[in-house]
Design a protein around this ligand. Structure first.
Ligand SMILES: Nc1ncnc2c1ncn2[C@@H]1O[C@H](COP(=O)(O)OP(=O)(O)OP(=O)(O)O)[C@@H](O)[C@H]1O
Ligand SMILES: [Mg+2]
Length: 367
């Protein structure tokens, strides 16, 4: 009676179930297993699994390893090649089957067809990519169209003046200068864009991050003298140097501090930009051998308007900007540069309260 009920349950579950005996021969092959593998129970029961899964030796191997080791194992998205030449993807869990005395009797393999989920994920990734491309295309169009408008206007004035034979006067020179300026602007924009694709080689040295930040603050203090902006500095004096390209890192921090300044300027009552540096022993992103990499962390915090939740995952997209005169390249370029240094940038923000940007960079290790 119990065995009949068990059989019935096996047939009803949605997951494929295959049970092998200790000789790795198929004992159970339920309906869902038939459906996913397109193999029939009659053709599989009693046969060695290596035979049944001749075109999928990795799956047969996983089952036999489970029997040998007595340890459960899991594959997340293992390909399952079908006889018609198509491939499905399954998550496969194999567990040893033992009796009450711990004697190994065989292996139970449970698998789920992940193909549809995988396709959906792929489609979502693809449309994310398209959305990003849309933001970028709109940004480039906007950035190039603006100066083009100016260039066309200037050319028109020059043309009219030439036609009328009026070649003297300052206006014509101004027009020519405007054309040069605007062309240079487009040129810089394209340069920045190319930088994103293939970074210039980093000139790695020992960089004193506190000094870089201090120099930037000096510069920006002079620039913001007339404004209600306060810089709070909290630098760890024992900070080890960073392995990096000083010029590039200066560019990164300048972008980030300028963003903080823009933020506090546009938010009534705001005006505090806090810069902190510290040694961070706990973080070690991406070392090949997984050994801890000592990092230094720089935090740039402002009490500006914050960032809308919906915008948070667009920040590093080239040309994403909410500013009338922003190019939207600052964060994209900074992100790329920090990653080229083996570091990371994280941005957290509470809308209406402020924003915190954390930059992690690999510290120079003392020998
Ligand atoms: N500290 C911040 N507070 C609020 N919003 C921010 C902050 N930093 C970045 N942002 C948002 O992220 C967007 C993208 O920033 P990014 O630096 O890439 O470009 P930008 O500042 O708009 O232009 P650019 O830096 O090229 O002059 C900004 O337009 C703004 O909406
Ligand atoms: Mg910016």
């Amino acid at each position: 009676m119990a065995s009949k009920l068990n059989d019935h349950i096996l047939e009803c579950v949605e997951d494929g179930i295959i049970v092998l005996d200790r000789d790795l021969r198929v004992r159970v092959f339920n309906h869902a297993a038939e459906r996913t593998t397109r193999l029939s129970r009659q053709g599989t029961i009693g046969r060695p699994i290596a035979d049944v899964f001749r075109t999928n030796p990795h799956l047969a191997d996983q089952m036999s390893r489970t029997l040998d080791s007595g340890q459960s194992s899991l594959s997340h998205e293992a390909p399952l090649h079908l006889r018609d030449g198509t491939t499905r993807y399954v998550s496969l869990t194999c567990s040893p089957v033992t009796d009450a005395a711990g004697e190994r009797l065989g292996v139970a393999a449970v698998f789920k067809d992940m193909t549809v989920i995988r396709e959906l994920e792929e489609r979502a990734r693809h449309s994310d990519g398209l959305a990003l491309l849309g933001t970028m295309a709109a940004g480039i169009a906007h950035e190039v169209k603006n100066p083009l408008g100016g260039i066309r206007g200037a050319a028109q004035i020059l043309r009219n003046a030439l036609e009328a034979g009026k070649t003297e006067g300052g206006t014509l020179l101004e027009c020519a200068d405007l054309v040069i300026q605007q062309v240079d602007r487009i040129d810089r924009l394209i340069e920045d864009l190319l930088d994103l694709g293939s970074p210039k080689k980093l000139r790695i040295g020992r960089v004193n991050v506190n000094k870089v930040l201090n120099d930037l603050v000096q510069l920006l203090r002079a620039e913001t003298e007339a404004e209600e902006v306060r810089f709070d500095l909290g630098f760890d004096p024992s900070l080890p140097p960073v392995r990096g390209d000083e010029e590039r890192l200066t560019q990164v921090f300048l972008n980030l501090i300028r963003n903080a300044l823009d933020a506090v300027r546009e938010h009534p009552g705001a005006g505090r930009v806090r810069l902190q540096s510290r040694f961070d022993l706990n973080t070690h992103p991406g070392r090949a051998d997984h050994s801890p990499q000592p990092m230094i962390a720089v935090e740039i915090e402002d009490d500006g308007p914050g960032i809308r939740a919906a915008d948070l995952d667009k920040l590093f997209t080239p040309y994403f900007t909410t500013k009338a005169r922003g190019s939207g390249l600052g964060l994209a370029v900074s992100h790329k540069l920090v990653e080229d240094h083996g570091g990371a940038i994280k941005i957290s923000s509470i809308y209406g309260k402020g924003t915190r940007v954390s930059v992690l960079l690999p510290a120079e290790e003392s020998e």
